[in-house]
Design a protein around this ligand. Structure first.
Ligand SMILES: *Cc1c(COP(=O)(O)O)cnc(C)c1O
Length: 425
């Protein structure tokens, strides 16, 4: 049958990702002509012949190299499934990646990726603060496997981190750099290109230091880490990519050679997402740009309102960075918009923050972010309750801080809700 659907190009011109989110990687003729990719709710797939089954397994277990146009045959849903494969193809478009892997959660993506590339005796460098689950994995689980984990504050120049590693005699043990930028909940930025350059300086021919970026806060619309030298991009797809607060999933993207390796670990650890989650994410991707654009624009209005409010002491919002702030240059280089996450401090402490949170009517009081509904939470006692109190203050997470995730409601309504809640403080 003739290929009618675009393969990513129209008359030789590449189509934009949002134009491909309804069609790319899916062939209706393989599914009774269904315009939408059905849910392939199946655990196993029938081989046409024993020879075909043998060929599929040779590829799945890396017993021989894949031919140039040889597809990965369908075997068993822990290895691959059409919903995940179509989704992975579509996800590569936003980050301009060669390959993608979808996982059962953001934490499954992060832990499986680190377990793929890190071995006992290795050193892992990571920015701070990082997401609580990532922080726990780095500080409590990896050390049990003999991995040295060293954190650096977002904003630290890589040369300073390099000197510290050399003084500790660990520079030749570095295997992996994990960056989360912007950092949660302060929106502090880490210079991706500068840390990728550090990874390159400390790489040897037989041991390449990999750089991975958790791009959950701004990606895939407003930041593409692979363009700035990162090797891998990680997501909690639970947040903006899923976008409706109704699923848990994760993604890793990068070069095919790295993703093939990660997928072997995903297959054996069993950390892949199920077909229903894959199907929900395919639906979510169709509106990803619309949602993230509306959220980004509303956040600008909300941040302006907060910055001008007398009861608000300080607003952490990427759109308000001063031009002489060292973070401003990083923002200009690696981000294309400020996104939909804002945190701010009230005058006062926890009591004032709680009074405001309890008075909100349209914003829901819940952790997580990136969904269609706006959310508000208290980092010091909720998402970052586990961080050492002294460290929490050093990181700028004060008891008076409130973090909000802007949804797709009308910004006037969001501002009205914040105004009436601030009134009660
Ligand atoms: C939520 C989140 C994670 C963890 O993702 P899950 O889908 O909850 O496992 C990792 N990193 C960041 C930045 C997050 O916000």
């Amino acid at each position: 049958m003739a290929e009618r659907k675009p393969d990513g190009y129209l008359e030789g011109r590449p189509l934009h990702p949002e134009s491909l989110m309804m069609s790319y990687g899916y062939k209706p003729e393989l599914s009774e002509g269904a315009i939408k990719c059905p849910i392939f709710q199946t655990s196993t797939f029938v081989f046409r012949t024993a020879e075909e089954g043998k060929a599929f397994f040779e590829l799945a277990y890396g017993l021989r190299r894949r031919g140039p146009n040889e597809p990965m045959g369908l075997i068993y849903s822990r290895l691959n499934n059409p919903d995940l494969e179509v989704l992975e193809d579509r996800l590569t478009l936003w980050d301009e990646a060669e390959a993608a892997a979808v996982f059962a959660s953001g934490m499954a993506a992060i832990s499986t990726t680190l377990l793929t590339f890190v071995r006992p005796g290795d050193v892992v460098l990571h920015s701070e603060p990082v997401y609580g689950g990532t922080d726990f994995f780095l500080k409590h689980i990896l050390p049990e496997f003999g991995v040295r984990v060293i954190g650096f504050r977002a904003g630290t120049p890589p040369t300073e981190v390099e000197t510290r590693l050399q003084q500790m005699g660990l520079a030749d043990k570095l295997a992996f750099i994990l960056i989360e930028t912007p950092a949660n909940p302060t929106n502090a930025l880490v210079d991706i290109a500068a840390y990728a350059a550090l990874a390159a300086r400390l790489s040897r021919e037989d041991r390449r230091v990999l750089t991975a970026v958790d791009n959950t806060f701004l990606g895939p619309l407003w930041q593409q880490p692979l363009r700035h030298g990162a090797d891998l991009v990680l997501y909690s797809a639970t947040k903006y990519i899923g976008g409706h607060s109704d699923l848990i999933a994760g993604v890793c993207l990068g070069r095919r050679e790295l993703l093939d390796h990660i997928k072997v670990f995903r297959t054996i650890l069993g950390t892949m997402a199920g077909p229903h989650t894959g199907w929900l994410l395919l639906r979510s991707l169709e509106t990803l740009k619309l949602r993230m654009t509306a959220q980004m624009k509303s956040a600008g209005h909300v941040a302006k309102f907060l910055a001008e409010h007398p009861k608000v002491a300080h607003v952490h919002y990427l759109g308000h960075l001063a031009t002489d702030d060292p973070e401003y240059a990083i923002y200009q280089r690696q981000c294309s918009a400020a996104g939909g996450m804002i945190s701010f401090e009230l005058h006062g402490g926890e009591a004032e923050a709680f009074r405001m949170l309890n008075a909100l009517r349209l914003f829901h009081l819940a952790v997580s972010l990136g969904g269609t509904e706006s959310l508000a939470e208290h980092p010091a006692s909720m998402t970052h309750a586990d961080v050492d109190p002294e460290e929490r203050i050093e990181l700028g997470i004060s008891p008076a801080m409130v973090r909000i995730s802007i949804g797709v409601e009308h910004p006037e309504d969001l501002i009205a809700d914040l105004a009436q809640a601030l009134e009660r403080v």
